[in-house]
Design a protein around this ligand. Structure first.
Ligand code: AMP
Ligand code: MG
Length: 346
């Protein structure tokens, strides 16, 4: 037996309907943060959920920016967690890191070990010396060989960090932690976890070309372009494309991201820990993985290793899909990457 609703209950239901029923739509928000443009797109979700997600992301991005970039800016000295950790290391004091930051430093340290030191997150002093820590300042040109040798002489390495739970201490004051080569991966990972916890099923998170995907875009797998090196016209070409499965990240390290020019020479921001010089032999590396931290750190490590160490590094780091383009335009890639790229017609 069914019972008709009273007129009062019916009126209440009609009044509540618009609040409960929100059509599914796509949403997009942009930030300028981490020195790049960040775009987050959410697909097939409702307005309330999308707005809650953007508010949480705003907070998360600010926290990561303050905590994981240790350099002073024109607005004053760095106040975030990594800057505090670096001060403690410089003074030989122990310091307790947050769980998230401790996890990233440990992961970066593991990748330093696996890459035989080609990825080195303890070389912050060298990035500062070259001027890459603050691109806003006028550039004085390449540093002297003596200044570079003095930093390399302190043998900065995260191997010299001792841990007790999340507390760390080091006897090497030459260590200046610089998570620039892994932080975007860490942010992509935290964003992916956050969006999932907020019930977002379909999204693209794009940190200046480094992305992670959740679900699908309007029912189809997400397609991304594979970037080509900087050409003479200073334009970025797109070499081809691939689809990213839900949960996958695509991260690119390139010599075009941050650089100084002097007397026709380009000096880019990824430094070879063996001689303290900007890498020249490789234009860019793209890595695709379900582990954004690994993708990010591996892209940096592979760029430093160059064509010669590509196979050995891919193996040591456990990377399936990677593409390297040398400064001469040579393309080197893993079989998995070869299978998934659809090349654009030249
Ligand atoms: P990415 O764009 O991920 O390759 O990171 C580049 C950033 O990583 C630089 O701006 C530096 O902060 C840092 N970096 C430079 N050289 C190295 C290196 N050999 N190992 C680890 N991090 C590096
Ligand atoms: Mg990287």
């Amino acid at each position: 037996m069914t019972r008709a609703l009273s007129p009062k209950a019916l009126l209440l239901l009609i009044a509540l309907l618009p609040a409960c029923y929100q059509p599914k739509q796509d949403f997009r928000q942009q930030w300028f943060i981490f020195g790049t443009q960040v775009t987050v797109e959410l697909f097939a979700t409702n307005r309330a959920r999308a707005h809650a997600a953007f508010d949480h992301l705003d907070q998360l991005f600010r926290e990561c920016n303050e905590d994981w970039y240790p350099w002073a800016t024109l607005n004053g000295p760095a106040r975030g967690e990594l800057a505090r950790i670096n001060r403690a290391i410089a003074n030989g004091e122990a310091i307790v890191a947050s769980t998230e930051t401790a996890a990233i430093i440990r992961r970066a340290s593991e990748i330093e070990r696996l890459s035989n030191g080609l990825f080195n997150p303890a070389l912050g002093a060298l990035s500062e010396l070259w001027g890459f820590a603050d691109m806003g300042r006028p550039w004085d040109g390449p540093p002297s060989p003596e200044a570079i040798a003095a930093i390399l002489g302190t043998a900065p390495s995260t191997a010299a960090i001792q841990w007790q739970d999340d507390a760390l201490v080091s006897a090497n004051p030459g260590i200046v932690l610089d998570l620039g080569g892994i932080a975007k991966g860490a942010i992509l990972q935290r964003t992916r976890v956050l969006l999932k916890s907020l019930g977002i099923r379909n999204a693209i998170i794009d940190l200046g070309g480094d992305l992670v995907v959740l679900g699908k875009k309007r029912g189809d797998p997400v397609k991304v372009g594979i970037r080509g090196p900087l050409n003479d016209a200073r334009l970025l070409g797109v070499l081809g494309g691939t689809e990213l499965a839900s949960g996958e990240a695509a991260v690119t390290s390139g010599d075009y991201e941050r650089f100084f020019t002097r007397d026709g020479e380009r000096y880019q921001h990824i430094l070879d820990p063996r001689d303290g010089q900007p890498v020249r032999h490789t234009a860019l590396v793209t890595v695709i993985s379900e582990d954004p931290l690994l993708a990010d750190a591996a892209a940096t490590a592979l760029l430093v290793g160059g064509p010669e160490q590509f196979d050995a590094l891919v193996m040591a780091l456990g990377i399936e899909a990677a593409l390297l383009i040398s400064d001469k335009g040579e393309r080197i890639m893993t079989p998995a990457m070869q299978r998934r790229i659809r090349w654009a017609k030249q």
